[in-house]
Ligand binder design. Structure first.
Ligand code: ADP
Length: 308
C-alpha cells in the first residue's frame, strides 16, 4: 500500500568540519511520482540521500520517510525503501538468484517469500535467462538491472535511485527508463539523482536543483524551462578560426542573450528568425536550432565552470 507521505524534508542542515553541505533544505515527494534531486558535483545530493535514509545524522531539521521520523525510526523507514546506489555493490561470488536471496534475508524475509518473489523480479529486470548466472558473466546493463531488482526485493513503497544509468549505453538506459516508468505507474514513489538532464526531463514529475546545499529552483521540468530560460536556442559552432568571434560581435545589440563556451556560442532568444537569417548569410559557421531544455536551465542556474 502506498504511503501518504513518502518523504518530507524540512529545514535540513548538515555540516562537515564546519562547512555546510546541506544548508536549510526542504522538499516533499508526492506518492506515485518521480522527484529529481539535481545539482553539480559537491552540491550535497549524496549527503541528502544519506540523511534521508538515516545513515548519517542531521545537525538540524526534520525528515519523515515512509511516514516515519528519521533518524529515530530509520530502520523501519528503510524497510519501506529500496535503494539503487551509485556504484553496484552486488556480491561478485554469488549468482543472480543468490544476490536476491541475500538481500531479501537482510530485510528479514523468509526464504519461501523471497523465492516466491524472484520470478517477478527476474521478469521485471529482463534477467529470466540469467537466474543461475555468476555476476562476472553479466554486462554492465544487466548488473544495473539486477541492482534495481534487488532494491525491489522487499516490495518497497519508495525507491531511491542515485545516478541509476551512469555508465550505461543508450539501449540499457532506455530499458531502465521503461522500468522506472512502470514502477511509477504501479504507484511507487521515486527519488532520482542524475547528471543527465534528458533523463530528469523524461522521468521527473517535479525536481529541485541544489547548489552548495541550498535549493535554487523547484518545479516540473516544463515549469523550470519556461520560468528560467528563453524558449529557443541556437548553438553556433566555429568552423573557420575567427568566424565565430566576428559573428558574435556583429550580433551585439540583438535581442538574443549569448553565452560563449570554447568554440560554441549559445544564443537564447524568443524569436530566432533574425539570427537564423544572419546565419544564412554567414560563412565559416555551423549551427543547430532547437527548443530550450532542462540542461540550459541547469547551466544557467549553476554556471558553466567545472565542479570536481
Ligand atoms: P554530491 O552528491 O552532490 O556530489 P556530496 O553530498 O557527495 O555531493 O558532497 C557534498 C560536499 O560534502 C562535498 O564537498 C564533499 O566533499 C563533502 N562531504 C561529503 N561527505 C563528507 C564526509 N563524510 N566528510 C567530509 N566531507 C564530506
Amino acid at each position: 500500500m502506498a504511503v501518504r507521505m513518502p518523504l518530507q524534508v524540512e529545514a535540513l542542515h548538515k555540516a562537515y568540519a564546519g562547512n555546510p553541505v546541506v544548508d536549510g533544505l526542504s522538499f516533499a515527494l508526492e506518492p506515485g511520482t518521480c522527484f529529481g534531486l539535481l545539482g553539480p558535483n559537491g552540491a550535497g545530493k549524496t549527503t541528502t540521500l544519506k540523511l534521508c535514509l538515516g545513515l548519517t545524522a542531521p545537525d538540524a531539521g526534520s525528515i519523515t520517510l515512509a511516514g516515519l521520523p528519521v533518524p529515530a525510526q530509520a530502520q523501519a523507514a528503510r524497510a519501506r525503501t529500496g535503494v539503487v546506489p551509485q556504484f553496484d555493490n552486488l556480491d561478485p561470488d554469488f549468482t543472480v538468484t543468490e544476490n536476491l536471496l541475500v538481500f531479501g534475508r537482510y530485510f528479514g524475509m523468509t526464504h519461501a517469500a523471497i523465492m516466491a518473489r524472484i520470478p517477478w523480479l527476474l521478469q521485471f529486470s529482463g534477467l529470466e535467462n540469467k537466474k543461475d548466472a555468476r555476476l562476472a558473466t553479466l554486462s554492465g546493463g544487466m548488473k544495473r538491472r539486477l541492482t534495481l531488482a534487488r532494491a525491489l526485493v522487499h516490495d518497497p513503497d519508495i525507491v531511491f535511485l542515485d545516478e541509476p544509468t551512469t555508465g550505461l549505453d543508450p539501449q540499457a538506459r532506455h530499458l531502465i527508463w521503461e522500468r522506472l516508468k512502470q514502477l511509477k505507474s504501479e504507484g511507487k514513489t521515486l527519488l532520482l539523482t542524475t547528471h543527465f538532464m534528458d533523463e530528469a526531463e523524461r522521468l521527473c514529475d517535479r525536481l529541485i536543483v541544489i547548489d552548495h546545499g541550498r535549493k535554487i529552483a523547484e518545479g516540473s521540468p516544463r515549469e523550470l524551462i519556461s520560468a528560467h530560460i528563453e524558449p529557443q536556442v541556437v548553438e553556433v559552432y566555429d568552423e573557420a578560426a575567427g568566424a565565430l568571434a566576428a559573428f558574435v560581435a556583429a550580433q551585439r545589440g540583438s535581442s538574443a542573450r549569448v553565452e560563449v563556451s570554447g568554440e560554441t556560442a549559445f544564443f537564447y532568444c524568443h524569436d530566432p528568425q533574425p539570427l537564423l537569417a544572419a546565419l544564412a548569410e554567414a560563412s565559416g559557421l555551423r549551427y543547430v536550432h532547437r527548443a530550450a531544455n532542462l540542461e540550459d536551465v541547469f547551466i544557467k542556474l549553476t554556471g558553466r565552470e567545472l565542479r570536481d
